[in-house]
Write a protein that binds this ligand. Structure first.
Ligand SMILES: Cc1cc2nc3c(=O)[nH]c(=O)nc-3n(C[C@H](O)[C@H](O)[C@H](O)COP(=O)(O)OP(=O)(O)OC[C@H]3O[C@@H](n4cnc5c(N)ncnc54)[C@H](O)[C@@H]3O)c2cc1C
Length: 376
């Protein structure tokens, strides 16, 4: 039997609902409170050991059925220049001895899968509710006051409330704030069939990729721009993408450019990052996912790390005799692995910004992939 039986999870995103599923499978029931709106509609690549974590959660097949397995181009991306010429060899991705293949999922569909499975296993999910006050009572329980006026006591609390976590602010008021990396992400969702020339292209001041999502009848085109942090309006984003695409002569990008319209779906986000120093717990409360560590998307592994946190937490809680021992062994297994992803991703962002060679970039990426290929 696990050392605890009932907890609270703050945040119903990837880490929070992943933890609710993993803990329910270990015999621990959780209430989840989720404040936000539905996640924006873009693709998420789940590479490395993320597929193992999905399998352990029991949702891999469902995710694959609504997503798409990685193509060779996604698994070992080659960068091309603005004329479409390959810049060199791709980053070596070590073969991972896992039964399941990496995949891409549409984020809102993935959110639905997590939600259904968590609730199906008995987690209660309350939307539009957050925590107003959290007090560690010192007698094996924490008292939580919610924004809907209710109060409840729990054996443990998991803060999975993302990069701007208010749980982190309450537990670690002196922690450094997330920092801007120097790059903005723009993700363009293009309705319609596949386009020729899928892959990555480097242009003036940015990088573009495009990949087909057959189940959603969409082409997903992520872009990364070196820019001051800004709130881009739809008109700003359209102008930025249009000017950028106009600098390419690669036939595939010229063809893609023809699909751009002023009202195209362009989701803009700054790439921000932070890594909370270990340990990520205080008393009976622990942070997981972006609340504890957020990364730029240069390795495409932020969500994978959140899923790994969820399954490792449940394994630790199932095995350890006390909650404090479970949290300590969770930290032993998570900190170094997450540090490699956060620090390598930021270093790759800085290399892009300083115009480092493709060979150096791919060597750094390949070395980090090799480290992360080890089991979590
Ligand atoms: C542009 C971009 C592209 C990315 N692409 C990839 C990719 O391809 N592959 C990959 O693996 N990762 C990617 N990531 C990273 C990935 O999105 C995150 O690492 C992942 O979403 C973290 O999950 P999380 O559950 O910790 O946080 P979130 O997904 O942010 O979830 C936190 C949840 O908590 C809720 N919440 C917030 N505050 C409160 C509160 N006070 N009370 C209750 N609920 C609250 C929010 O509404 C949200 O639902 C990308 C990130 C960005 C910015």
């Amino acid at each position: 039997m696990a050392c605890v039986s009932k907890g609270l999870i703050v945040g119903g995103g990837i880490a929070g609902l992943g933890a609710a599923i993993a803990l329910a499978r270990a015999g621990v029931q959780c209430d989840v409170v989720e404040l936000g709106e539905a996640p924006a509609g873009a693709s998420l690549s789940l590479s490395g050991r993320a597929a193992d974590a999905l399998d352990e959660l029991g949702i891999y097949d469902e995710c694959l059925a609504s997503g798409a397995p990685f193509t060779a181009q996604m698994a070992s991306p080659v960068m091309n220049d603005a004329a479409g010429r390959p810049l060199g060899a791709p980053a070596a991705r070590p073969a991972i001895a896992q039964a399941k293949q990496p995949l891409g999922v549409f984020r809102p569909v993935f959110a639905g899968i997590l939600e259904r499975n968590a609730q199906g296993l008995g987690a209660s999910l309350r939307k539009g509710v957050t925590v107003e006050r959290l007090v560690d009572d010192g007698d094996d329980l924490s008292t939580v006051a919610f924004s809907d006026g209710t109060t409840k006591r729990y054996e443990f609390v998991i803060g999975a409330d993302g990069i701007a976590s208010t749980t982190r602010a309450a537990l670690f008021p002196d922690a450094a704030s997330p920092a801007y990396s120097g790059q903005m992400s723009v993700r363009w969702m293009i309705p319609g069939p596949a386009l020729d020339g899928e892959g990555w292209y480097v242009g003036a001041g940015g990088r573009l990729g495009f990949f087909h999502m057959p189940r959603q009848s969409l082409v997903y085109a992520p872009m990364v721009f070196t820019l001051p942090e800004s709130r881009l309006t739809q008109a700003d984003a359209y102008e930025l993408v249009k000017r950028f695409l106009d600098t390419f002569s690669a036939p595939a990008v010229v063809n893609l450019r023809q699909r751009l319209r002023p009202d195209s779906s362009l989701i803009c986000r700054p790439f921000r990052w932070h890594l909370l120093q270990a340990p990520w717990y205080r008393g009976r409360s622990l942070l997981i996912g972006d609340a504890a560590h957020a990364t730029t998307a240069h390795m495409g592994m932020g969500a994978g790390m959140a899923l790994e946190d969820a399954v490792v937490l449940a394994q630790c809680i199932a095995k350890a005799p006390t909650l404090q021992q479970a949290y300590a062994s969770f930290m032993d297994r998570r900190y170094e692995r997450v540090r490699i992803v956060v620090e390598t991703s930021l270093a790759l962002s800085k290399m892009e910004q300083s115009g480092a060679s493709n060979a150096d970039y791919m060597a750094k990426l390949g070395a980090a992939y090799a480290q992360i290929a080890r089991p979590y």
